[in-house]
Design a protein around this ligand. Structure first.
Ligand SMILES: NC(=O)c1ccc[n+]([C@@H]2O[C@H](COP(=O)([O-])OP(=O)(O)OC[C@H]3O[C@@H](n4cnc5c(N)ncnc54)[C@H](OP(=O)(O)O)[C@@H]3O)[C@@H](O)[C@H]2O)c1
Length: 430
């Protein structure tokens, strides 16, 4: 039986899961797929701490070069995270003719084009299932299961931390700060949660999903990103009253006039499948021209789910090595000349919450500005009455253009009777 030798760089959360899985299941893989996958070395900066896993003597090393320069190793698994030196490790592994598995979405979203080209030049490949949706096999789904389809759209909840925070805010009526603290206490949010709460982690992932769906490399800088730091309980309450739920949605859409890729908090219909995705769960709703709608759902992070995706990549690559085939990540199909549209051109329904002085004529003035900017109102909620003082007014619109919305809100916020910056949400999703 052919042996495939594996070296892992990074013995942290995911690294531990992968090591445990390979030690436990290697024999079963031999029986199931006829390949003997052997873990030969693990490298980490820290080789002293007790991770509760017994490795054979000499297997744990502190120098990654002992893996990168070991000719007997076929697959290098990069699990250190970050940009440098992960990028250099991957390039070196590929140059040495090794195949690579990584879970590093930040690195791939920022430098993926260069890395995939480097892999192709070296007749090698990079697999990265764990980089989006943790244990959910969504990249494989797009690449293989949905290969017969043109992908029209992807609507995804792909950051467990923000979904956990928004779920707690809605379920318990607590503030963003309180929910963030709870997420940190439960281990769902990092001590520094910026990458998650500002939407960048979701942006890294939708960049990869959108690249696979469109066949064209999607640049991070073309993605409109807005996080959840400013989500307030009052808007969660109004959303509930309107039958809506606030979710941080990563969206990809391909239309005649171009591609939309964005990450923003969106008010989605309470009855939609994505509204039901709560706590730290992830879900990716894909719409293809033949398959219709497909929902991928599961745990998007954590030691075991993420290790499940990494090891399935190791097995896929092992099969490729044995069959002498490789499946490079194909980019820039000749038919994918469509550009990413600027956010200003995106059309959506909108929710506005104005804070205005309660006096006659205010609503008509606001409606006037909206009307002049091609934004038509579908409904209005004003509950509080407090003559002469500031009260909230919620306005829902029909579909409008983001550029017009930005312009109208700027004008409205400059009106004397408006007492706070207007809160705006897109309404939609699926
Ligand atoms: N955790 C998840 O649930 C999850 C889910 C999906 C994807 N991912 C991705 O998986 C990757 C790994 O994440 P993780 O959560 O396992 O991270 P982690 O727990 O921080 O583990 C990374 C390990 O690599 C070590 N390391 C860092 N730089 C190194 C170097 N130059 N040489 C050798 N070892 C080095 C770290 O040591 P020190 O701690 O001493 O720096 C640490 O032990 C990241 O790209 C992450 O985005 C993680």
């Amino acid at each position: 039986m052919k042996k495939i030798n594996v070296g892992i760089i990074g013995f942290g959360t995911v690294g531990k899961g992968v090591v445990k899985n390979l030690l436990k299941n290697s024999a079963a893989f031999s029986k199931k797929i006829g390949i003997s996958v052997k873990l030969v070395k693990v490298a980490d900066k820290n080789i002293k701490s007790n991770r509760g896993i017994k490795l054979a003597k000499g297997m744990l090393v502190s120098n990654p070069d002992l893996i990168l320069e070991d000719d007997s190793i076929d697959i290098v698994v990069e699990l250190i995270g970050g940009i440098h030196p992960a990028k250099e490790f991957i390039k070196k592994a590929l140059s040495k003719g090794k195949r690579v598995v990584t879970a590093n979405k930040a690195l791939l979203a920022e430098h993926g084009k260069e890395l995939f080209e480097h892999a192709a030049k070296n007749n090698s490949e990079i697999f990265f299932e764990a980089s989006v949706g943790g244990g959910i096999p969504v990249l494989k789904g797009l690449r293989e299961g949905l290969a017969a389809n043109k992908i029209y759209s992807i609507h995804a909840i792909i950051n467990g931390t923000t979904n956990y925070i928004l779920s707690r805010m809605r379920d318990e009526g607590i503030s963003y700060r309180e929910a963030l603290k709870a997420a940190q206490k439960e281990g769902y949010a990092e001590a520094n949660p910026k990458l998650d709460v500002r939407g960048m982690d979701s942006a890294h992932k939708i960049a990869l999903l959108a690249s696979l769906a469109s066949g064209k490399w999607i640049d991070l800088k073309d993605i409109y990103v807005k996080g959840i730091e400013n989500v307030e309980q009052i808007d969660i309450d109004y959303a509930r009253e309107l039958g809506l739920v606030i979710k941080l949605l990563a969206v990809y859409k391909e239309k005649q006039d171009g591609i939309e890729v964005s990450v923003t908090p969106v008010m989605v219909k309470e009855k939609s499948m994505l509204a039901a995705v709560s706590a730290a769960y992830n879900a990716v709703l894909v719409e293809g021209d033949f398959v219709g709608n497909i929902l991928y759902y599961g745990l998007g992070a954590g030691e075991k789910p993420t290790a499940s995706a990494v090891v399935s990549d190791i097995l896929d690559i092992s099969r490729n090595i044995l069959s002498g085939k490789s499946k490079p990540f194909i980019l820039d199909f000749p038919n994918s000349r469509k550009k990413v549209k600027p956010m200003g051109k995106i059309r959506s329904q909108y929710y506005f919450r104005f804070r205005v002085i309660d006096k006659p004529g205010v609503l008509s003035k606001i409606a006037g500005v909206l009307g002049k900017n091609q934004i038509s109102i579908s409904s209005v909620i004003q509950k509080e009455r407090n003559k002469g003082s500031a009260v909230p007014i919620v306005v829902m619109t029909h579909k409008a253009c983001e550029k017009d919305v930005q312009k109208a809100v700027k004008l409205i916020d400059n009106l004397g009777m408006v007492k706070a910056k207007t809160v705006v949400y897109r309404v939609g999703g699926r």
